[in-house]
Design a protein around this ligand. Structure first.
Ligand code: ADP
Ligand code: MG
Length: 379
């Protein structure tokens, strides 16, 4: 556990500036980041997130207050020893441009005295684990995409197997599609590794997706609210937090509500390659098409099929919800389906049935009447 106890940081005021005391970058912060969990610090630019993070590995010294890791005061530890236990990932990966991917990942373990062969073996494992092709190990950072560089940055931070990870906007510099992949990989990795993570972002969607708990900071480094993502969206403590968590928070909060047992409607289907006659025999304007393993592949407009159902005829817009997914995913499947019938599949990806938005809404209402479940964890 990382514990901040009444931590304040004031940078020295610039020479010639007014006033005898600089404004606080972090103001009287008390916060616990539990072992094995992801604690996200989120807030607008300049609210003291980076300062807070860097005080943990003593790149910045607090003006007052104490930071402990597993009960040990970080100020009393040898800095090198302290940093050995802490992985640090920053925006744009911060890779050494003149070293290969492999050398970037092995740098820290080599500095720590791991022999070359063991460090390389471990590095190759990590490179695969963060979802990179091992063939990229021989490349230089400039030869990789932004998303690949970020993965290398994560692999490098994990190389010394530190119990604590500090991550400062690690996914901010990549495009939204790659960011989502990195987030998903990161959650998968964390479910295996169980590190104690302090994760900084200015993006509230990223915060509620990744955080076991989320700390919202306001400018001046003041903690506004510390709660589970579900609680934060459902019950912001003040106007600042309400404004920061955003307008469609009611809808987004459904991400944390597991889909209840709903009665799904059986959906008549056709296979790819079905003839126009087979499609018309279903007798519906939109017909669901499934693949060889019963997996839904898309809707086809019956009137558009001239000879047979081909992939190019399939409607691309609809999402598929999972029986183990969230209410948000169910509602989204229904709303995005051209037929109005949301497609639901099991964990193996096989079609289970369909559901309309009007059938999802009562489940949302029931949940409201029962109160937001505190332990809801579906992502
Ligand atoms: P964030 O990461 O949330 O954007 P920072 O922790 O970087 O915020 O900065 C918090 C505040 O401290 C800002 O007002 C910033 O201008 C100020 N600050 C950050 N670093 C320094 C520094 N080295 N010297 C003086 N002021 C700083
Ligand atoms: Mg910052």
């Amino acid at each position: 556990m990382i514990r901040f106890e009444r931590v304040t940081k004031r940078y020295d005021s610039a020479p010639g500036s007014e006033g005898d005391e600089a404004a606080a970058a972090v103001d009287d912060l008390t916060l616990e980041a539990p072992t094995g969990k992801i604690t996200v610090l989120v807030g607008p630019s300049g609210c003291g997130k980076t300062t807070t993070l860097r005080m943990v590995n003593r790149m910045i010294t607090p003006t007052s207050g104490t930071i402990t890791i597993d009960g040990r005061d970080t100020a009393s530890l040898d800095v090198a020893e302290l940093r050995r236990g802490i992985g640090y990932v920053i925006q744009a990966a911060g890779l050494f441009p003149h070293r290969t991917v492999l050398d970037n990942v092995t740098t820290v373990p080599r500095l720590l005295g791991t022999d070359k062969k063991a460090a390389r073996t471990r590095a190759m494992e990590l490179i695969e684990r963060v979802g990179l092709d091992p063939a990229l190990a021989a490349r230089y950072p400039a030869q990789l995409s932004g998303g690949q560089q970020q993965r290398v940055g994560v692999a490098r931070a994990l190389a010394a197997d530190p119990p604590v990870m500090l991550m400062d906007e690690p996914f901010s510099a990549v495009d939204p599609v790659v960011r989502e992949q990195l987030q998903n990989e990161f959650l998968r990795l964390q479910s295996e590794l169980g590190k104690t993570i302090l994760f900084v972002t200015h993006d509230i969607d990223e915060a509620v997706k990744l955080g076991d708990q989320v700390a919202v900071l306001r400018v001046g480094g003041i903690l506004a609210q510390l709660d589970s993502p579900a609680k934060l969206l459902a019950d912001p403590v003040d106007d600042f937090v309400a404004g920061f968590v955003g307008r469609d928070r009611g809808y987004r909060a459904l991400s944390f509500a597991a889909a209840p047992e709903l009665s799904l409607t059986e959906e008549p289907t056709v296979r790819l390659g079905a003839t126009a006659d087979e499609v018309r025999a279903v007798g519906r304007p939109w017909v669901l098409c499934v693949g060889d393993h019963g997996e839904p592949v898309g809707w086809v407009r019956a009137a558009a099929v001239e000879s047979e159902v081909t992939r190019t005829l399939l409607h691309r817009g609809g999402t598929v919800a999972s029986t183990s997914g969230s209410l948000r995913a169910l509602l989204d499947a229904a709303l995005s389906s051209p037929s109005g019938r949301g497609v639901v599949a099991d964990d193996e990806g096989r079609l289970v049935g369909t559901i309309r938005a009007s059938e999802v809404l009562p489940a949302i209402e029931t949940r409201r009447d029962a109160g937001t479940p505190e332990g809801a964890t579906a992502r």
